[in-house]
Design a protein around this ligand. Structure first.
Ligand code: UD1
Length: 398
């Protein structure tokens, strides 16, 4: 069986890394008929070294076999360009299964391409297209203004195998009419990576570099267009960070979009003065994007995290660090019910209120069900069973 997996943007890398590792382990132990050949495709949605290359190093990812070099663009351009180039990769490699992770534009573009391709010109015939597997399926924010929500819904509805991280994902898929047979509640591969890297992240020099002490700072991340492209919302959020920074140093590694918006915003320039050398108690300290290990080190040592990211809500829950999510909703409700997360919305007042509440709350939570570092193993077990079947079929037809 040949599996082709796809990465494109920053949050994809940590989700795919444990799957590639588990495929290697599977091949070492499995009989020949269950062997899985693996091809890695990088769409190039993220391309800067700090948004992509450094993650390959930190996570020990192999070099991609295929680089599509898609780059930035509007949603339509990025999706269309990925589809065009991915079609060629599929026809060259003819995988039996395409593994897609997360909810970025690369994910939906490859799901559309793989589900409609025909290797033999006979759509619908056996083996004419790959199975599509979606890792992190079923999550819903129920907010269709979020591009990722559209990507999640479309990808799930086109996928044959749906690997789910939390019970809400199973419930959402069943409610939308997905057959039970395609749904596999396996846990969270992003958490597999976090647990595997936590010790190494502990040796990162980032605390010393920034002059921070464990528990003595808040970590913030902001990148959603809905938050940073709206001058009013951006001003409210920056105002909240500024207020927080009067009692607790705030460190904010900047996504390229957020950096661009800051440069355009007079309030931003006033609020964020830091340069990355030594975080000061009374300031919001802006630094460039961090490597995975440096970021995990900061997250694990922070007193509290403020974020609009999806993955960071899950990682803070796993690390037991309080999280304030600067959004009205989350597609990861288990982080609210069983974790350390709370929704704050985007007003200055709302953020400060939830920040204070989270600072005073005692958390004593266990990791959500199956967030145990073994999700990728479970995924590859399912894929291995498919491999045995597909390899048997191709032997019969040769
Ligand atoms: C994408 C995902 C989002 C994810 C985020 C993580 C979609 C719809 N969104 O958003 O779900 O949380 O990645 O970062 O797929 N840029 C660079 N260098 C890069 C990549 C991007 O400078 O390597 C800049 C470009 O100006 C680009 C902008 O960042 O236009 C946005 O990049 P894009 O890939 O469109 O989406 P993200 O906002 O990063």
């Amino acid at each position: 069986m040949k599996i082709l997996s796809v990465v494109g943007a920053r949050p994809n890398f940590m989700k795919i890394a444990p799957i590639i590792r588990a495929v290697g382990e599977h091949n070492r132990a499995a009989p020949d008929r269950e062997r899985i050949d693996h091809v890695l495709v990088h769409t190039g949605q993220h391309y800067d070294r700090k948004m992509s290359g450094v993650f390959f190093e930190d996570l020990g990812l192999p070099d991609p076999d295929v680089c599509l070099g898609v780059g930035s663009g509007s949603h339509a351009v990025q999706t269309a360009e990925t589809m065009k180039r991915f079609e060629e990769a599929l026809l060259n490699h003819k995988p039996d299964c395409v593994v897609l992770v997360g909810d970025v534009n690369s994910t939906v573009a490859c799901a559309l391409t793989a589900s409609k391709i025909s290797y033999n010109g006979l759509p619908g015939s056996a083996g004419s297209r790959p199975l599509v597997a979606h890792v992190e399926a079923g999550l819903r924010s129920f907010d269709r203004d979020m591009p990722e929500e559209i990507n999640r819904i479309v990808t799930d509805h086109l996928s044959d195998l749906l690997f789910v991280t939390e019970q809400s994902g199973v419930d959402n898929l069943l409610r939308e009419g997905t057959g039970e047979g395609g749904i596999f509640f396996v846990g969270n591969t992003m958490i597999d990576t976090l647990l595997a890297c936590r010790e190494r992240a502990g040796s990162s020099p980032i605390l010393d570099t920034l002059g921070l002490s464990p528990g003595g700072f808040a970590l913030a991340t902001l990148h959603r267009p809905a938050n940073v492209d709206s001058p009013e919302k951006f001003r409210e959020i920056l105002g909240a960070l500024d207020e927080i920074s009067r009692s607790l140093a705030v460190v904010i590694p900047l996504h390229p979009r957020t950096l661009g918006r800051l440069r355009e915003t007079p309030e931003g320039r006033l609020a964020i003065l830091g340069g990355g050398q030594g975080a000061r108690r009374d300031r919001v300290n802006a630094i460039g994007p961090l490597s995975y290990l440096d970021f995990v080190c900061l997250m694990a040592n922070s007193r509290i995290v403020l974020t609009d990211s999806g993955g960071v809500q899950e990682e803070t829950t796993c690390l037991g660090v309080p999280c304030v999510t600067v959004r009205e909703n989350t597609e990861r409700p288990v982080t609210l019910t069983e974790g350390t997360n709370a929704l704050a919305g985007t007003s200055r007042e709302g953020i400060i209120r939830v920040f204070k509440r989270q600072m005073n709350k005692k958390f004593d939570c266990a990791a959500p069900r199956l967030w145990d570092g073994k999700a990728a193993e479970r995924i590859v077990k399912v894929l291995g069973e498919k491999a045995a079947h597909i390899n048997h079929q191709s032997k019969l037809s040769s």
